[in-house]
Design a protein around this ligand. Structure first.
Ligand SMILES: Cc1cc2nc3c(=O)[nH]c(=O)nc-3n(C[C@H](O)[C@H](O)[C@H](O)COP(=O)(O)OP(=O)(O)OC[C@H]3O[C@@H](n4cnc5c(N)ncnc54)[C@H](O)[C@@H]3O)c2cc1C
Length: 387
């Protein structure tokens, strides 16, 4: 009897929390738009773009997220088609390639709004398509020759996002030459090319909606028209492309982290221990305030870095700092929030999903240690590379 009363009261608590969480979600999305208004790189057009994207997320994506998480794959073609036909895929790509011809700040506006999707896997997969695998292609176009290039006999590439369902991949491959930084080329490789096998799906602890494949290659012959830009320049192109990747990645986690905090505050306000809401413990509400402050600081670094990127400045150091801090915050915020949810934190809920999905932030797209090395290089403290 007692057990059933307790479990009933827990159910009521979590239903209330979910209801409140939904309204908190809407409030947060509005306040993140307010932050954009305060920055001079953003205009009413950015805001309008975000508001229409939010409708698509609410109507076409979020209602299916639970199912796609369980199925461990979202229907990438269907979702990309919806986004593409509404103008949200590659907003900063040239109009002649189907983009909107806008600048990178619009891509960041899209990325931030994608944080309204109820999981990390789908925003990541969309970002891989729009701002990680395609910037170099849009910048340098395809090689115009007709010759073939044969790649090594047998090799494979781990960790290809959307790899089991994608039509093509952006591949950085050794194509010959002596000099370390000039022996690689970027290739836009159709995945139905003879000798390519992408059927090995990798099981993961998070980002469930996003399928990740190990792709195998055996005696693959690639027409040179699939080369991006010039042969041997792939490494340089990729280093540039990384900046957009990292900034997009940071923008896409902000709202998810704020939602974690909102959910935790609601839960801890509702749940009482010895007649007192958990939230009333100073350590709890102070921690939430501290983390909210860190997220706001991350947002500021992001916006300032995007401003410099738009001015054509080298943002490698700042983008690496933002990526490092973003990865760290994904872990800190979700870990603290999960802790204050107690046993409920260890069940399936938005916080535990962020805990699992967000863990990738410190690993993917260059691990924290790689970001630290880049920052050290710019600070002149990396051994052997002193300025
Ligand atoms: C779900 C998922 C999706 C992904 N999607 C893609 C994708 O679409 N395309 C793609 O190309 N890649 C993708 N990746 C790969 C991802 O970018 C790499 O996993 C990441 O860059 C780390 O590389 P690694 O796994 O080879 O780790 P390693 O390079 O083996 O490094 C392992 C660990 O060593 C430590 N380390 C590394 N360098 C240093 C250093 N200098 N000093 C001290 N410690 C160091 C770090 O802690 C690091 O985590 C994906 C990965 C995952 C898990």
């Amino acid at each position: 009897m007692l057990t059933s009363r307790i479990s009933q009261s827990c159910r009521v608590t979590s239903q209330n929390v979910f209801r409140r969480f939904q309204s908190a979600q809407a409030r947060l999305a509005e306040s993140s738009i307010e932050s954009m208004r305060e920055e001079n790189i953003f205009t009413e057009e950015h805001i309008a773009l975000r508001q229409s994207l939010r409708k698509i997320i609410e109507n076409e994506i979020n209602p299916h997220v639970e199912q796609w998480e369980n199925e461990k794959m979202f229907p990438a073609h269907r979702v990309m088609k919806i986004l593409g036909s509404n103008g949200f895929l590659g907003v900063n790509k040239p109009v002649e390639y189907g983009g909107l011809g806008l600048d990178f700040s619009y891509s960041i506006a899209v990325a931030e709004e994608l944080g309204n999707i109820d999981c990390g896997g789908i925003p990541m997969a969309i970002g891989v398509q729009t701002d990680m695998a395609t910037p170099a292609l849009a910048r340098y176009h395809n090689y115009r020759g007709q010759r073939w290039r044969r790649l090594h006999h047998q090799w494979s590439k781990m960790w290809i996002t959307s790899g089991t369902q994608a039509d093509w991949m952006c591949l950085l491959a050794n194509t010959g030459g002596e000099k370390a930084f000039f022996n690689k080329s970027l290739i836009c490789l159709p995945l139905d090319t003879k000798g390519v096998d992408r059927t090995t799906k990798i099981e993961k602890i998070g980002m469930h909606s996003s399928d990740t494949a190990q792709v195998f290659f055996e005696d693959v012959r690639i027409p040179k028209k699939y080369l991006i830009g010039d042969e041997g320049q792939g490494f340089t192109y990729q280093m540039l492309q990384f900046q957009e990747e990292r900034l997009f990645g940071v923008a896409s986690v902000l709202l998810g982290l704020e939602k974690c905090i909102a959910y935790t505050i609601d839960y801890c306000r509702e749940r009482k221990i010895f007649g007192k809401p958990i939230l009333d413990n100073q350590v709890v509400h102070f921690r939430m305030a501290e983390l909210a402050t860190e997220i706001e600081l991350l947002r500021s670094v992001l916006y300032r870095t995007v401003g410099k990127f738009l001015d054509g400045q080298d943002v490698t150091k700042r983008a690496s700092m933002a990526k490092l801090k973003g990865g760290r915050l994904c872990r800190e915020v979700s870990d603290s929030c999960l802790q204050y949810l107690g046993g409920s934190g260890f069940t399936h809920n938005p916080v535990s999903r962020t805990f699992r999905d967000g863990r990738l932030g410190s690993i993917g797209g260059g691990a924290d240690e790689v970001m630290l090395s880049i920052i050290c290089k710019y600070m002149g403290t990396l051994p052997g590379r002193k300025k």
